[in-house]
Write a protein that binds this ligand. Structure first.
Ligand code: ADP
Ligand code: ADP
Length: 231
């Protein structure tokens, strides 16, 4: 079975309002896809369900063989080690510098060797173009730099799945292009990449699968052109 994500009739409500309603879709290993739809459609909620930032209200979901429906709290860290998340508001830790923010993920993932951590974090900062800002603190960075630090943190543990919530929303076109190229790099080394966005131009440029949400419902699932991924 090549399906790394399986959602079957998944719903999520907050109080008596439905954020997601009856969502069913599968994602194959190494797919690159967009989740789109207007503000309030449920895109962020979908990302949160995937890393168990929130629990679904009903339905059935499997992520890399782990059953989210019945998952015990203790297993959540195991799930999260499979997933790199790029949050809309970055969630960088303000009192840790860029290097420490990225290294923290490796420490949490159980990497013990200081040398290995230093080398891998250094490589990632090089890749995202932040080697010179390794000692800078998040509040001093530009929006694009914060976003790239968030990308480095999401990629450093070599996760099988990368979830990016509106990764280009606050960026100018050059910075956005740079972040997308990094997500493509993760995809080419085998990661499954899900990106939420409401940027139509971005979606059309990639010509890949797009799941469209509206009012918490799935209104479209358009297969893309497999060769169109990451131009
Ligand atoms: P999107 O990311 O597409 O803008 P969201 O997933 O953030 O949409 O929100 C979907 C719906 O769920 C919205 O109506 C939103 O107000 C509601 N919602 C999201 N999170 C919460 C929450 N923690 N409590 C109450 N309502 C929420
Ligand atoms: P909650 O409502 O549970 O607080 P959040 O969206 O704030 O939901 O995220 C929960 C916490 O889990 C955040 O502090 C976030 O940094 C962390 N987190 C979620 N997924 C991952 C991941 N894959 N790797 C590292 N940290 C993660």
């Amino acid at each position: 079975d090549n399906r790394i994500i399986r959602f079957y009739q998944v719903s999520k409500h907050f109080g008596d309002s439905w954020a997601l309603h009856d969502l069913s879709f599968d994602v194959e290993t190494n797919e690159f896809l967009f989740i789109t739809g207007p503000s309030g459609a449920g895109k962020s909620t979908l990302i949160k369900l995937l890393y168990m930032g929130e629990r679904m209200s009903s339905g059935y979901a499997i992520v890399d063989g782990m059953n989210l429906t019945r998952m015990h709290r203790r297993q959540i860290p195991v799930l999260r080690r499979k997933i790199g998340v790029i949050f809309q508001d970055f969630k960088l830790i303000a009192h840790l510098n860029v290097f420490q923010n990225v290294a923290l993920v490796m420490e949490a993932a159980g990497f013990k060797s200081r040398t290995e951590i230093r080398r891998r974090v250094g490589d990632l900062l090089e890749l995202v173009g932040l080697a010179d800002q390794a000692k800078a603190y998040p509040p001093t960075l530009s929006g694009g730099e914060k976003q790239r630090a968030a990308v480095a943190r999401a990629m450093v543990g070599k996760p099988k799945i990368i979830l990016a919530d509106e990764p280009t929303a606050s960026l100018d076109p050059d910075a956005a292009e740079r972040v997308l190229r990094l997500l493509c790099a993760a995809h080419s080394r085998g990661a499954t990449v899900l990106i939420t966005t409401h940027d139509r131009e971005l979606i059309s440029r990639f010509d890949t699968r797009v799941i469209r949400l509206q009012g918490g419902r799935q209104v479209d699932d358009a297969a893309g052109n497999a060769d169109g991924v990451c131009p």
